[in-house]
Design a binder for this molecule. Structure first.
Ligand code: NAD
Length: 436
């Protein structure tokens, strides 16, 4: 099937590449000329595990091409995916200008029936708005389908190739058939393609992300309780996670959720509730807890140094909002950097993939290290901010030797408390006893 994907970010590029992998002919279009040029030359603009193999294979076999020309991309495509940004507007509601702008442009071009699929995360009612935007410029028949994306950065290729479920919101029979055909190869093991109306589909995506964010904020509050009453959040996590009704995943306490999705999606659902005159109490608490949790690590550091961080130097392991990605959007590291630098401290950071993006954003506000151990030089303490595997089992004797003092503040609970005791560290983590 001929497919066009509009927007080649984390979602668009993975979608386009994975759709080409099952034999479709995919043209990806983006307005970022530099990015398109890179991809045309066979270079990936993002870090996503496993993507490079599929990307190169499908380019080589001419099933995956890139352009900046929308008309060229959608020419004879049957299905057009919109994988465009929906950032929070000033009031927290999702900014639909990218999606609606593209819909208007598509309306000017199409000359036959097309299925236009919104993969971007968009509020309820957007399918109607996209339809209206298309109709401003065309009298052609078309269908607008909501097909929210649930991939996780870091395992995006696996998630796309073997999704837990695919959600398709459409009331157009022709579009339903085409979407069923397109996704068939990805659900051969029997995972469902759940067909529903457009509005339910749009809300499903916000419900999923908000529920997961709720789980995180809940566990962060349990962690804070643990510290007050002398319990261990890791034990509590294991204790409740074994209950099938609760499940083991998304129960890790930490320094707040970040990334390009949870913060904006929770906010957008809360805004959408407000617009519908509904007071969505849980969501407001989830956001409030997250704001507080983002400050927890810095508060611990300040308390340890008696409130005075002037002249202190910290090694920071991790910048990306989670491991296995170079995405730093809304990363907790950014808040921690701001707070520490404002308090007069300096930082040298190391992250396996996130440093170029942080450099672009904050420049020489912090120092960068080529490897994890060099970052420790002259540091008063080590801060763990992202749980990359490479940070899990360092040579603790060497870490101790390199640091000015054996002090670790761990926002991701990577290390075993007994081991920290044995090694003679002061070790302060989240929701667990402080060592030393
Ligand atoms: P992104 O910012 O990484 O990529 C968006 C791309 O669209 C950029 O390359 C940009 O240049 C391009 N673009 C902007 N305007 C354009 C236009 N008019 N024509 C063509 N290209 C244009 O965004 P993303 O992370 O891929 O997210 C896209 C959407 O998917 C958002 O709504 C997001 O909420 C949703 N989503 C993201 C994830 C994720 O993990 N990143 C997961 C599920 C859903």
């Amino acid at each position: 099937m001929k497919i066009a994907v509009v927007g080649t970010g984390y979602v668009g590029l993975v979608t386009g590449t994975c759709l080409a992998e099952t034999g479709n002919e995919v043209t990806c279009v983006d307005i970022n000329e530099e990015k398109v040029k890179m991809m045309q030359q066979g270079q990936l603009p993002i870090y996503e595990p496993g993507l490079d193999l599929l990307f190169h294979r499908n380019i080589k076999q001419s099933r995956l091409t890139f352009t900046t020309n929308l008309a060229e991309a959608i020419g004879d495509a049957k299905i057009i995916f919109l994988a465009l940004p929906t950032p929070p507007g000033g009031d927290g509601a999702a900014d639909l200008s990218y999606v609606l702008g593209a819909a208007r442009d598509i309306g000017k071009i199409i000359t036959e029936y097309k299925v236009i699929v919104t993969k971007s995360t968009v509020p309820v009612g957007t399918a109607d708005k996209v339809t209206a935007a298309l109709k401003e410029h065309t009298t052609q028949e078309f269908a607008v389908v909501s097909n929210p994306e649930f991939l996780r950065e870091g395992v995006a290729v696996e998630d796309f190739m073997k999704p837990d479920r695919v959600v398709v919101g459409t009331t157009d029979e022709r579009a339903r058939k085409l979407m069923g055909e397109l996704y068939g190869p990805y659900v051969r093991q029997g995972n469902p393609v759940v067909f529903m109306d457009e509005r339910s589909s749009e809300l499903t995506k916000y419900a999923a992300n908000s529920f997961l964010a709720t789980k995180i904020s809940f566990m962060n509050e349990i962690a804070n309780m643990c510290e007050l009453v002398g319990a261990d959040v890791d034990m509590v996590r294991r204790g409740i996670g074994a209950d099938e009704r609760i499940g083991r995943r998304f129960l890790f306490a930490g320094i707040g959720y970040g990334g390009s999705c949870f913060p904006k999606d929770v906010q957008a659902l809360a805004k959408s509730a407000e617009e519908n005159k509904y007071d969505f109490k849980i969501l407001n608490s989830v956001m409030e807890v997250n704001e507080l949790q983002k400050t927890v690590l810095v508060e611990k550091i300040k308390a340890y140094y008696g409130g005075d961080l002037k002249g202190k130097h910290f090694a920071m392991w991790g910048l990306a909002f989670k491991p296995e990605t170079d995405d730093i959007r809304e990363a907790p590291a950014l808040y921690i950097i701001d707070d520490l630098v404002e308090a007069g401290a300096t930082i040298t950071a190391y992250d396996p993939e996130g440093m170029p993006n942080v450099k672009k954003l904050v420049g020489d506000k912090i120092g960068y290290s080529e490897n994890r151990y060099d970052a420790l030089k002259d540091a008063d303490a080590l801060l763990i901010v992202t749980e990359w595997s490479v940070f899990r089992t360092p040579d603790f004797d060497f870490v101790k030797e390199k640091l000015k003092a054996p002090v670790i503040f761990d926002g991701r609970n990577l290390y075993d408390l007994d081991r920290m005791q044995e090694c003679g560290f002061y070790y302060n983590s989240i929701g667990r006893k402080t060592i030393g």
